[in-house]
Write a protein that binds this ligand. Structure first.
Ligand SMILES: [Fe+2]
Length: 334
């Protein structure tokens, strides 16, 4: 179960799917719906995935709290043959810092890395069938993260790239996020006041940084943001998909998450209308065309309109009284 404390003035953009449905007879259609939701700036919980790895072992692994281990690209470690690992300076440093020089434990760790990374790759290749990815990295974030600032991801040099980010909470405690406005809703709402038309010919990350600073509060205001936010507790084992450029977010606390960074160029995307670059161009065409009409469609009440068909779960029952099914497979809206 994933607990979501919804802010009443924010759109409810949380959806969930069973991954087994993406493998069934209607699998392609289900996969397409997930892709559509991803590109329509939703946060997607992906259920029914069980990771076949020694989680008890992994939950005892503590990354040395070092900046370079914050986002460890284990997919690079995977490319180094066993026999050459000791000669790789980055791996040798990692084994010294994290495993006290115990190469046997590191070897066992890498077995678990292979298992989980393979499953992450298979999952994304199934859902995003038809995409041609130029990068299929899997990043392990096992250092402790506390109170990031609320932000849109600022990815330099990615203007014409699609970035697919899937997360797996491997820890035995929840990973706690706040999420705030989506890119399109936020940029639209503040387009005129922030004169965002001036970013039309600038790299996309400049616009995302402007929104993060001016609307969401920036690094120095972290923990004290005034922007409306949903609070989300991703439970152990939860898997979710969210484009960090499309859904603003903030890790409040977390350890031991695995995340993907799959990258496709515009040529590798089956439908170019389902790209961040396309949505950005549409935004400028729509909002940057003078004269601006007075806007009424994005009042807080409008943005708060919930998605159709969502059930509000009554959580007056205590956590312990919930069935295993409710704990594992449900977004609980509070
Ligand atoms: Fe981020």
């Amino acid at each position: 179960m994933t607990q979501v404390f919804l802010h009443p003035e924010m759109a409810d953009y949380f959806v969930e799917y069973s991954f087994t449905d993406a493998l069934g007879p209607e699998g392609r259609a289900v996969g397409q719906r997930i892709v559509d939701d991803y590109t329509e700036e939703k946060l997607i919980l992906l259920r029914s995935l069980r990771f076949d790895a020694d989680l008890s072992f992994l939950r005892q692994v503590v990354f040395y709290q070092k900046w370079k281990f914050k986002k460890l690209a284990t997919s690079r470690f995977e490319t180094v043959p066993d026999s050459q690992r000791a000669r790789d300076p980055e791996i040798a440093e990692f084994v010294t810092d994290v495993f006290g020089g115990d190469w046997g434990r590191f070897g066992y760790f890498m077995e678990q890395v292979h298992r989980i990374n393979d499953q992450v790759r298979r999952t994304l290749d199934t859902v995003f069938a038809g995409y041609r990815f130029q990068t299929r990295d899997v990043i392990w974030r096992f250092t402790e993260t506390r109170v990031e600032n609320l932000h849109f991801d600022v990815d330099r040099g990615c203007d014409n790239l699609e970035l697919i980010r899937l997360y797996v909470n491997l820890d035995d405690i929840p990973r706690i996020w706040y999420t705030s406005g989506t890119f399109t809703a936020t940029a639209q709402q503040h387009y005129q006041a922030l004169n965002l038309a001036r970013f039309r010919d600038q790299p996309t990350d400049a616009l995302l940084l402007e929104l993060s600073k001016k609307v969401l509060g920036g690094w120095t205001n972290r923990g004290r943001e005034s922007a409306p936010k949903h609070l989300v507790l991703f439970e152990p084992g939860d898997v979710w998909l969210s484009d960090g450029r499309a859904v603003s977010h903030q890790v409040v606390y977390g350890r031991r998450v695995v995340s993907s960074l799959f990258i496709a160029s515009r040529d590798g995307v089956p439908d170019v209308t389902k790209t961040f670059a396309h949505r950005l161009a549409e935004l400028h065409a729509r909002e940057g065309a003078p004269p601006p009409e007075p806007r009424t469609a994005h009042s807080p009440a409008e943005r708060a309109r919930p998605l159709q068909g969502k059930q509000i779960t009554d959580l007056r029952a205590s956590w312990e009284e919930l069935s295993e099914q409710q704990r594992q497979n449900t977004i609980v809206r509070l």
